[in-house]
Design a protein around this ligand. Structure first.
Ligand code: ASP
Ligand code: MG
Length: 600
């Protein structure tokens, strides 16, 4: 007998008729011989409604009381669902977060799950009942009600599936799966049959609204198979699992995030530890940073730009204003009319020219790129918010995401990850399920799987390029002519509307890229700097960006060893930095010590 977790989102339980339909699905699953745990959201737009009630009273309602308020939405649904099931002749029992023993930390409004005690659920299931659990909520050690953040019922569902070792977690929703991008914005977006955890993690955190990104962290960590499907049809949806849909495609999806705000700290002294202080201030305030562009410095000063979610912008500004003087930086810049378009796909690690194709697509529509940040399977460009929809459509079209990709195992490999990269993976060979032993004390704790050292990279920085549409497209067009795999691209716009672009390439290509860069410098009147002595350190895992302390711990560890970080990239799955080659091995060792399993 298997156990299936079924999660029903707000629209799938918006009225009693739909609640009955959901109850029937659960009963069908029991008839197939399975035990069923249902996780439900608040009905329809009830959470929004409750928030607006509080906002009628005050702009900044008390965080504890907000959780008390919002948790009532789910409590209504669980009771109605149990009543519906009994009416249909099936025994059922509803539980609140506290009753199922979902223990969280004390961060109201975005609490993280620490542990789940399954005893009570298992007893009810063994007695033949369907268990109905309230999504999105838990309790802290003092029995204060907490909530997991908007969309958090997905996370409850996958976490319960993990704790109960469920066969599958079905996410019933109002769309019939995960799409290559939001079909409301791009009408020819295509439904994916499957998508890998890693890709989904990046897409979800880059603004694709389908799934709460923290639920994918759980899924990956505990090896939970997730099936996203429509509650209104019988069609198969999208399976989120270890394998990608196609290894041949450069990309599997694109996303647009319009709730971004950019902050720039100008004139940061380029010394070990300074970036660390900047980011640890944000981490202390529990503000996740999104894109970071710290360009290599000139004259001992560097500009650090980063984006945060607009909800966190006011707080981030406050924190940064205090920090600017403290670290001896010059001033703070602020721009909230920005949006971020991202392209995600495992295939891009194996193909050259992916970034250039994306930049080209944006250029052809006249979209100016303000900032670029990449991880191994993601490229994000920050653009003006007015250009958002146009940019998303352009990227979707350029990568033909509407077309079914060819399947097959071998990509047109043009080098791939550099041969010299060494991985210090202390969890290698450990199946995702086994990770539960390591992390069971804190279920939602960040997982670091490996610290990779790549000593085969060289850095190229182009300074003082004119900031206008087509710049990145042109630069990477020229680089791509040599079929060089470009890694770790960071672009930021510095003073007087001049842009700097930094990227890394395989060291063997440095001479070739030097002559291309000289051509670019002649054309643009900019100057280039090359460093063939860099080492790239990448911390891999999941939840690295949203667990706000991780990046600052990484910088802290390096700065304690007096290692200066020249370039930073950060995503949910990897945090990468460039350091001097001489510090590569010792830095890797220090990071492994810092993040080794028993210390997380
Ligand atoms: N009801 C909560 C929300 O609307 C949680 C959820 O539906 O996932 O955000
Ligand atoms: Mg949702």
């Amino acid at each position: 007998m298997s156990l299936i977790v079924q999660k029903f989102g707000g629209t799938s339980v918006a009225n009693t008729e739909r609640i009955l339909a959901a109850a029937r699905r659960a009963i069908l699953e029991t008839r197939a011989g399975n035990k069923v745990v249902m996780v439900v959201s608040a009905m329809g737009k009830q959470t929004d409604h409750l928030i607006s009630l509080a906002k009628e009273l005050t702009e900044r309602p008390n965080a504890r009381e907000m959780d008390m308020l919002l948790s009532t939405g789910e409590q209504v649904t669980i009771a109605l669902m149990a009543i519906a099931l009994e009416k249909l002749g099936h025994e059922a029992v509803s539980f609140t977060g506290a009753q199922i023993g979902i223990k969280t930390d004390k961060t109201y409004n975005k609490a993280r799950i620490r542990s789940i005690s399954t005893d009570r659920m298992v007893k009810a299931l063994d007695a033949g009942k369907i268990v109905i659990a309230a999504g999105f909520q838990g309790v802290d050690d003092d029995f204060n009600i907490t909530t997991l953040g908007r969309g958090g019922s997905d996370t409850t569902a996958v976490a319960l599936a993990a704790a109960l070792k469920a066969e599958r977690c079905d996410i019933y929703t109002d769309v019939d799966g995960v799409y290559t991008t939001d079909p409301r914005v791009v009408p020819d977006a295509r439904k994916l049959n499957r998508i890998s955890y890693d890709e989904m993690l990046e897409l979800a955190s880059m603004g694709a609204g389908v799934m709460h990104s923290r639920s994918i962290e759980f899924a990956k960590k505990f090896g939970v198979l997730v099936h996203v499907r429509s509650s209104f049809t019988e069609n198969p949806g999208t399976v989120i699992g270890p394998e990608p849909e196609s290894r041949l495609a450069a990309a599997c999806g694109a996303a647009l995030a319009t709730n971004e705000t950019r902050l720039t700290v100008f004139g940061v002294p380029d010394q070990p530890g300074v970036a660390m202080r900047l980011f640890s201030k944000l981490a202390e305030a529990k503000i996740p940073i999104d894109m970071i562009a710290q360009n290599s410095s000139r004259d001992g000063r560097t500009d650090v730009s980063f984006t945060v979610q607009s909800d966190d912008a006011a707080k981030a500004r406050e924190v940064m204003e205090a920090t600017v003087a403290e670290i001896g930086a010059e001033r703070l810049g602020f721009d909230d009319a920005v949006a971020k378009v991202s392209l995600v796909g495992l295939g891009m690690t194996k193909q050259s020219g992916v970034a250039q194709r994306m930049f080209h697509a944006l250029y052809e529509r006249g979209v100016n790129i303000q900032m670029i940040a990449t991880s191994d399977i993601k490229i994000s460009a920050l653009i003006s918010r007015d250009d958002g929809v146009k940019a998303l459509r352009a990227v979707h079209e350029a990568f033909k995401l509407n077309e079914e990709p060819a399947t097959g195992e071998e990509a047109d490999s043009n080098g791939g990850a550099s041969a010299n990269a060494t991985s210090d993976s202390f969890l290698e060979g450990v199946s995702p399920r086994l990770l539960s032993h390591i992390t069971s004390a804190e279920m939602e704790e960040v997982v670091v799987e490996a610290v990779d050292l790549d000593e085969d990279q060289a850095r190229v920085t182009l300074y003082n390029l004119p900031d206008r549409p087509g710049l990145a497209a042109d630069v990477f067009d020229k680089i791509a002519e040599g079929r060089v795999i470009v890694d770790m691209i960071v672009q930021s716009v510095g003073r007087e509307q001049l842009a700097n672009i930094t990227f890394t390439i395989p060291r063997a290509e440095l001479e070739a890229v030097k002559s291309v860069s000289d051509g670019i410098c002649d054309a643009y009147g900019c100057c280039a700097e090359f460093d063939g002595r860099v080492a790239k350190l990448t911390v891999r895992g999941s939840g690295l960006r949203s667990h706000t302390g991780l990046a600052s711990r990484m910088f802290m560890t390096l700065s304690e060893s007096n290692v200066n970080v020249s370039v930073i990239s950060l995503s949910e799955r990897c945090a990468g930095v460039l350091v001097d080659e001489a510090h590569g091995k010792t830095s890797q060792k220090r990071l492994v010590e810092e993040f080794s399993a028993n210390r997380i």
